[in-house]
Ligand binder design. Sequence first.
Ligand code: NAD
Ligand code: DAU
Length: 348
Amino acid sequence: MKTILVTGGCGFIGSNFVRLLATTTDYRIVNFDKLTYAGNLENVADIDPTRMRFIQGDICDRELVERILGEEKPWALVNFAAESHVDRSILDSTPFLHNNIGGVQALLEAVRRVGVERFLHISTDEVYGDKEGKAPSNEESGLAPSSPYSASKAAADLLCFSYRRTYGLPIVITRSSNNYGPYQFPEKLIPLLLRNGLAGLDFPVYGDGQQIRDWIHVEDNCRGLLAVLERGQLGSIYNIGTSEERTNLAVVETICRAIAAHQGVDAEQITARIRYVTDRPGHDRRYALDTSKVRNELDWAPQVDFPSGLQRTVDWYLSHVDWVGRVTSGEYRKYYESVYTQSWGKSS
Ligand code: NAD
Ligand code: DAU
């Protein structure tokens, strides 16, 4: 039985990927996670313990990573570990550069010394930058990151490919669009709206709400990641997305209607709580991915349509009120204040 070392497997996408591995494959999983504010052991509490070893550790700690690679001799390493929230990178870029670039460098060095057969690095469509009025990005498109977060991700991608060319490491990279689904930390748009809906708070929309995103259900992305891990060409990049475009405002209004239905009140009562707030500095207007490569080469296609995926997500959050309460206690409140009350850390 092959082992896969998953770094960042207690976060949103990582925990969904671990669940996919545990329920649909025979792989043994080593879940290596620092458990930052965004990582939570509760996210993998349902995973069969005979299938998964958990190690609390930091990808920046090269010696520890090297030791674990030596002990476990995994077939593959899949790296989800990162600081992932654009807004936090605007408040303070330091942990983004440290973890997303320094951490990846430490992983690459450890792998260079010990070796794995495949190294899947999880990147993002944000590395291509703002696509307003432009053609969708394919895997050959240039990098033009706008935020400290996306700049750190673009740097990590370049570092990975430099290790492929220089040392022959078995690198493959995925760049996906916006994921949604269960276990997403309520700082990101969809779970933040649901958390605020439950708490009777307003729904903050940055700027005019006409920014465009491509929302992919996390289970579809995870199926794509597994296909790339098992069958993707080494040295390649694969975009993963639905290629459906929605404005933020359309997403917010859909969620308001779902909350109204759940609470048995008129939708207007809920939509009246939409608030236009100070825009995210440097906010990209549109992301758009050309996903023909993963579809044609690996026969992958999304299976979850947005209305039913969103309804399932709404139902999950409404039935996990305790989880939402636990992960948003403490530090979250300070963060929320900085962005939404103090308008990006400046007193208004
Ligand atoms: P997340 O913030 O929910 O989870 C990140 C996980 O990584 C957490 O469990 C955290 O504890 C862990 N982690 C952070 N720094 C670490 C370190 N130094 N060592 C070990 N563990 C560490 O993130 P997510 O939304 O699940 O994103 C996962 C990956 O996918 C990230 O690399 C992100 O850039 C990328 N991505 C996310 C999306 C999205 O829509 N969420 C889309 C495209 C790409
Ligand atoms: O595109 C992939 C990226 O998607 C990933 O690389 C990131 O890790 C992930 O966080 C996500 O980034 P976004 O910035 O697109 O996601 P977020 O959920 O933060 O915001 C989605 C859109 O909604 C964006 O245009 C900003 C807007 N927004 C967000 C929040 C939190 C609001 O209007 N109000 C809000 O309160």
